[in-house]
Design a protein around this ligand. Structure first.
Ligand SMILES: NC(=O)c1ccc[n+]([C@@H]2O[C@H](COP(=O)([O-])OP(=O)(O)OC[C@H]3O[C@@H](n4cnc5c(N)ncnc54)[C@H](OP(=O)(O)O)[C@@H]3O)[C@@H](O)[C@H]2O)c1
Length: 244
């Protein structure tokens, strides 16, 4: 099959690309760093029998990057599914942030994902088949004073995916969003976190194994499906004291 991966150069996106390439799929991998993508492209081509292509674009305010990406997708050929593990967060994302940080976080984590899906959806609708896989975060379970805009963007993304699944309920297009806990990716290296970090390779293998699953939204690692209730319903007098 032919898959588009947005945010394929590191972390979970890279793990997904490696697993899909090893399974013989054709890939169009997208990220901002051209050199990372070139190196990954060569590596992936050796792992499987599929054709691997790459496209570098810097998701930012405005639609120039989107027009370039659309052009690339249209000449790339058939598209069977998209994975969107793109994301960006900042240590300066407090309750007051600069416009630059706010725009960048919202654009990369929410607006860009919606724009890309909106372009690809007619391709899937035309053949009544396709896979759309997005990535939320447990940080959006309950607002707190750190990662403020990131959490809001991920919650918006979850709402968008609910709408997407509802709108496509009568089709064979499968919509999934993974609500991820901490991952053992470069963002978290050296960080002391309150819960264990998941191996992105294990997460990627699970995502691919469950590609046809009709669950809509799911927590991963799975212990978060229980933990979410504690985070959501922890009494305010306790929650307000927590620093995480
Ligand atoms: N890490 C965690 O603990 C965690 C927890 C919960 C949810 N998540 C979510 O899970 C997903 C994967 O996380 P991860 O840690 O694997 O991410 P990551 O390692 O930071 O990778 C993010 C990917 O997005 C691309 N990207 C970022 N900004 C871009 C831009 N402006 N234009 C184009 N590409 C851009 C990066 O490529 P370039 O470097 O080339 O820009 C990279 O390929 C994300 O949606 C993240 O929000 C992560």
């Amino acid at each position: 099959m032919n898959f588009l991966i947005i945010g394929a150069s590191s972390g979970l996106g890279r793990a997904l690309a490696e697993e899909l390439a090893a399974n013989g799929h054709n890939l169009l991998i997208v990220a901002s760093d051209e050199r990372d993508l070139q190196a990954l492209c060569s590596d992936l081509s050796l792992r499987g029998t599929g054709i691997i292509d790459s496209f570098s674009c810097h998701i930012s305010f405005g639609d120039l990057w989107l027009d370039q990406l659309k052009k690339k997708i249209s000449i790339w050929g058939e598209l069977d599914g998209i994975f969107l593990p793109v994301g960006w967060s900042s240590d300066e994302d407090y309750i007051c942030s600069t416009s630059e940080i706010i725009n960048k976080i919202v654009e990369i984590n929410f607006t860009a994902v919606v724009k890309i899906i909106s372009y690809c959806l007619p391709i899937f609708l035309a053949k009544n088949k396709g896979y759309i896989v997005g990535f939320g975060s447990v940080s959006s379970l309950r607002g707190r004073s750190f990662n403020v805009v990131y959490a809001a963007a991920k919650r918006a993304l979850t709402s968008y995916f609910e709408s997407l699944r509802h709108a496509l309920a009568a089709t064979d297009i499968n919509v999934q969003i993974y609500q991820l806990g901490y991952l053992n990716t470069s963002n978290n290296w050296g960080r002391k976190l309150p819960f264990p970090k998941a191996d992105p390779v294990r997460v990627a293998q699970n995502i691919i194994k469950n590609l046809n699953g009709n669950f809509g939204s799911i927590f991963f690692p799975r212990f978060w499906s229980g933990l979410q209730y504690i985070v959501r319903w922890l009494p305010w007098v306790i929650f307000k004291r927590l620093k995480f």
